[in-house]
Design a protein around this ligand. Structure first.
Ligand SMILES: *[C@@H]1O[C@H](CO)[C@@H](O)[C@H](O)[C@H]1NC(C)=O
Length: 328
């Protein structure tokens, strides 16, 4: 019999708006404090102190437009945030500062979150939906040099990119991009050629979220449907459907595989967070706390596995924090 669903370890309140983005920064040394960044519909980014469970800082840089993505570049002092004001801001948070030191104007009106990949010391790639509705642009950071623009072929009818994942097999190997599109397909792009390597139709509806495990060459995606699609990438760089996992209720807004690749979590339109074993998609827990759609899920980067946390942000203005232990 399955264990009874646990309660959240604690709940963060006070965003006074729906929560759309979460990112932990916990790989810190004492006396530094682990933090959680959250992005809300009211345009604010909160920096939560995970010792006191209070907001240390509220950052206002998106003209009160919803913040849909937050990510750090080497620790918690350099933060990237993306807003519906079509801007991506780079923040300097070192030594108590809270200033925007650089920004990128995306000119994109969609809902697609950016993806960031560290490719070398002091060098990152960032993929973002571009001005032309079906295009993705990849920039190098911090220089903001354009690496490539990924344009579907004429007549491909992919629609808008909805979710992005930059990845590489190992440090130093070629970065690749997986993108989920409005037409329900997942596409693998070669960045140096700007060409499609493989396309897989795995959903009838727009792909809302995806994540990819480069070690197992296996990924997962969700949509407004009542199913998750699990797919794999073979050595010929072809995407193939692996399995389809039926869900009780329809609608997935976010999926994330834990950094150790053992479990994954989904954010549901049914107000629930679901945790699965990644290897066999074994259902491990249904976390029932929120009273509205869960928009985002994120795992912490604690060095010590027993401290690892899962955070979920919801339309109900709350962020629930869970401690998940698993032998799987
Ligand atoms: C991507 O394209 C480049 C340039 O043609 C090629 O050298 C490379 O092998 C391709 N990468 C993959 C993963 O197919």
């Amino acid at each position: 019999m399955a264990a009874p669903p646990p309660d959240p370890q604690f709940v963060l309140r006070g965003t006074s708006a729906a929560v759309h983005a979460l990112h932990f920064s916990c790989g810190v040394q004492e006396p530094d404090v682990p933090v959680l960044f959250s992005g809300s519909e009211n345009g604010l980014i909160n920096v939560w102190n995970l010792k006191t469970h209070r907001v240390d800082k509220a950052l206002d840089g998106h003209g009160r437009k919803s913040v849909c993505w937050v990510e750090t570049m080497d620790g918690k002092d350099r933060l990237l945030s993306q807003g519906r004001d079509q801007k991506i801001c780079l923040w300097d948070l070192a030594e108590g500062r809270a200033s925007v030191t650089d920004s990128v104007f995306t000119e994109n009106v969609g809902f697609c979150r950016c993806s960031l990949l560290k490719v070398a010391q002091g060098r990152w790639l960032m993929a973002m939906a571009a001005k032309a509705l079906d295009e993705v642009q990849v920039l190098e950071l911090p220089s903001k040099t354009s690496v490539c623009t990924l344009k579907p072929e004429a007549g491909a009818k992919l629609g808008m990119p909805m979710c992005l994942k930059l990845w590489q097999i190992n440090c130093g190997s070629q970065p690749l991009l997986l993108a989920g599109y409005e037409d329900g397909s997942v596409v693998l792009w070669n960045l140096s050629m700007g060409k499609v390597l493989s396309q897989l139709f795995c959903h009838q509806e727009p792909v809302m979220s995806l994540d990819f495990d480069s070690e197992k060459a296996k990924g997962i995606s969700g949509s407004s449907e009542r199913a998750l699609s699990i797919w794999s990438l073979n050595e010929q760089q072809n995407l193939q459907v692996h399995t389809t996992h039926r869900l009780v209720n329809a609608g997935i807004s976010d999926i994330t595989i834990r950094p150790d690749k053992k479990i994954l979590a989904t954010a549901g339109w049914d107000h629930r967070i679901r945790v699965f074993g990644w290897k066999k998609m074994k259902p491990l827990a249904v976390l029932d706390y929120h009273t509205a759609t869960v928009h985002c899920v994120s795992f912490s980067d604690h060095k010590n596995p027993s401290e690892r946390l899962l955070a979920a942000g919801s339309k109900d203005h709350r962020i629930s924090i869970w401690s998940i232990y698993t032998q799987t």
